[in-house]
Design a protein around this ligand. Structure first.
Ligand SMILES: [Zn+2]
Ligand SMILES: [Zn+2]
Length: 273
């Protein structure tokens, strides 16, 4: 891979270390200070984000084991929905009828309490200290499903949303997962050309209509995607409309395969759009 995109200026500096620095931008000094203290809590005693007890980790092992889905839970390889099946089939009946655009979906969690609350804290209260423990969970989930990966990308935010929030939570997660797994990562190849209203609460059809056509390739990106196995990271997978749209852009650029790596999967969203 050439250095063209790897050296392209990014709103996020490369993070070789386990702990991403607090993002700049919309965070005020108090939020940055709190996020820094919480990140330090990954190494120093602090409060667990779930049980509130003094722990050596932001998410203590007891809470992690108590709230994670069981490792034995069978999920559809295509859409990552929990799936009760007595057969060896890899795809659920919904995906057999109408498969998503991406080749596979891997999730660490279900989008239910308490994880939904933590993801909300990360996105809307800027609690970026949660990135490291959540990225670790996603890394472990990806490790359990070996597949070819050349490049890790986030679902991009629009420039206005990025300015407003100060960070792209999908990229904060994705670059830590990419680093942990030894993959290249880049948040500059696919662009979101306009903001969309929050998709939460919309029907599958309305989500599809809202998200249609909002993603585009960055100039020069096609050469770095052709023939590549690409993993796209997002925080939550609900109907799949967003990841389907990103996948279509990547396929048009010649990507060999597209995997969706998501932190949390919404149970029973009413079918993939
Ligand atoms: Zn705990
Ligand atoms: Zn499925």
């Amino acid at each position: 891979m050439s250095a063209t995109w790897a050296t392209r200026p990014s709103p996020h500096p490369p993070v070789p270390a386990r702990h991403a620095p607090p993002p700049a931008g919309a965070l005020n000094w108090a939020q940055r200070g709190w996020a820094g203290l919480r990140q330090a809590g990954e190494n120093w005693p602090g409060l667990c984000c779930l049980c509130g007890r003094w722990q050596a980790r932001t998410l203590c092992r007891d809470c992690e084991h108590a709230w994670r889905p069981p490792a034995s839970l069978k999920r559809c390889h295509r859409c990552a929905l929990p799936w009760l099946s007595a057969t060896d089939a890899e795809h659920c009946p919904v995906c057999e009828r109408q498969s998503p655009e991406f080749d596979r979906a891997i999730t660490a969690l279900d989008y239910v309490a308490p994880w939904s609350h933590l993801i909300g804290r990360l996105k809307f209260q800027h609690d970026t200290a949660l990135v490291t423990p959540l990225a670790r969970l996603l890394t472990e989930a990806v490790r359990q499903r070996p597949h070819p990966v050349d490049l890790v990308l986030p679902v991009p935010l629009s420039p206005s949303r990025l300015r407003e929030r100060g960070f792209n939570q999908a990229w904060l997660l994705g670059r830590q997962v990419a680093h942990a797994l030894g993959h290249r990562g880049c948040d500059q190849l696919v662009l979101r050309t306009r903001s969309t209203h929050r998709l939460m609460g919309l029907s599958a059809a309305d989500r599809q209509a809202s998200i249609s056509g909002v993603f585009a390739l960055a100039p020069g990106a096609r050469a770095h995607l052709r023939g590549r196995h690409v993993a796209v990271v997002d925080d939550v997978l609900t109907t799949g409309a967003t990841l389907n749209e990103v996948t279509q852009v990547l396929r048009e650029a010649g990507a060999a395969s597209v995997s969706a790596w998501v932190l949390a999967r919404t149970p029973d969203p009413g079918g993939l759009s």
